[in-house]
Write a protein that binds this ligand. Structure first.
Ligand SMILES: Nc1ncnc2c1ncn2[C@@H]1O[C@H](COP(=O)(O)OP(=O)(O)OP(=O)(O)O)[C@@H](O)[C@H]1O
Ligand SMILES: [Mg+2]
Length: 329
């Protein structure tokens, strides 16, 4: 999608069903990019690597000092800062609106998630969680507003390709290649992503998502929970620094729910996670921050501690959702 395409979609007739490209990309959602895209991205990277013509010695010195600075900055990694409010913003939604004809699926949605945070995106059915996540991951263009992940704009093709290398997305419906086995599917995505150590990464995600027992069974034969685990494995395959997970525990058995929650907490130590749920206990179990959405509008953003200062997540959820519904009525 070019910038013009994106603009055209912004300026479209408002019906704005996901266009063919969206659908095609949805099919390939967990890879978040096609082989061609990946090749283009590499070409762009290579071009970006071209240095201006400077004396080699000076170039090396500049590079070394930049590297040292980057390392020093990294050593101060804000993800390790206990004060989360000082960390850089990784995921940002600024005034996002999405209209389907006259219907506003999202109205002026604004929130941000800082690095090294697990943010729960909480709201009832139809609240707009998946729509927001599809916009943040570049699968859907907003009618208005701006999304940004790691400083990259997902509506701009080149930036979306760059983002695909650093972002893992588990879509709601977990689109998978049904005729492939999990192993074939993971090998395919490892190849598309040109992973440096594909076998190692595949082994790591197979282990983390506990799919060893179904690794060579066609995906169409797998139960819902196992498909969800395969989707999760695909989202984690390239060890992305940002994860956007749409109902990651949906369809899982209690044991696996517990394991996924542990995995999410573990990932949250270094990565930024936005995960949607309407299971209130998930918020208690996993989140540092909460973004509460109701009928396409943000009802609360802040720390879990702030949300649960005087009441449980459940009470706060009903209170805020009720208040919000009265306000919009
Ligand atoms: N392509 C579409 N055309 C028209 N309306 C849509 C479309 N996609 C989503 N919607 C509507 O937008 C609203 C938000 O949907 P969304 O899927 O984002 O909700 P959600 O919070 O993810 O809900 P759930 O918890 O059920 O997954 C809903 O009212 C939904 O019916
Ligand atoms: Mg949804």
């Amino acid at each position: 999608m070019t910038d013009d395409d994106a603009k055209q979609r912004h300026d479209g007739d408002g019906k704005d069903e996901p266009v063919a490209e969206d659908e095609a990309r949805d099919e390939d959602a967990t890879s978040a990019t096609s082989a061609d895209d990946e090749a283009d991205a590499k070409a762009t990277d290579a071009a970006d690597d071209d240095e201006p013509e400077v004396a080699e010695a000076a170039r090396v010195e500049v590079a070394a000092s930049a590297k040292a600075k980057a390392k020093a900055d990294d050593d101060d990694a804000p993800a390790k800062t206990t004060d989360r409010s000082k960390r850089p913003v990784t995921i940002s939604a600024e005034g996002l609106s999405k209209f389907y004809g006259q219907f506003a699926a999202l109205s002026n949605v604004t929130f941000s998630v800082r690095r090294g945070t697990v943010a729960a995106f909480l709201g009832p059915n139809g609240a707009g969680k998946s729509t927001t996540m599809r916009i943040l991951t570049g699968f859907l263009a907003p009618t208005k507003g701006k999304a940004s992940v790691l400083g990259l704009d997902p509506t701009i093709a080149e930036q979306r390709r760059e983002l695909a290398k650093k972002l893992g997305y588990l879509p709601e419906s977990g689109p998978l290649y049904r005729d492939m086995t999990p192993f074939e599917s993971l090998s395919f995505f490892a190849d598309v992503r040109s992973l440096a150590k594909p076998t190692k990464r595949i082994e790591a995600v197979v282990d983390r998502c506990a799919i060893g027992s179904v690794l060579h069974k066609p995906i169409y034969k797998l139960s819902k929970g196992y498909r969800q685990r395969v989707g999760m494995a695909q989202a984690l395959l390239h060890d992305p620094e940002v994860l956007i997970l749409d109902e990651p525990t949906s369809g899982l058995d209690p044991l696996q729910i517990r394991e996924v929650r542990e995995l999410i907490r573990e990932l949250g130590r270094e990565k930024t996670l936005l995960l949607s749920t309407h299971i209130l206990q998930e918020v208690e179990a996993m989140a540092d921050e909460v973004v509460l959405i109701s009928e396409g509008k943000i009802a609360f953003t802040g720390t879990k501690a702030k949300l649960t200062k005087d009441a449980t997540v459940e009470q706060r959820f009903y209170e805020l959702a009720d208040k919000h519904q009265k306000e919009v009525a």
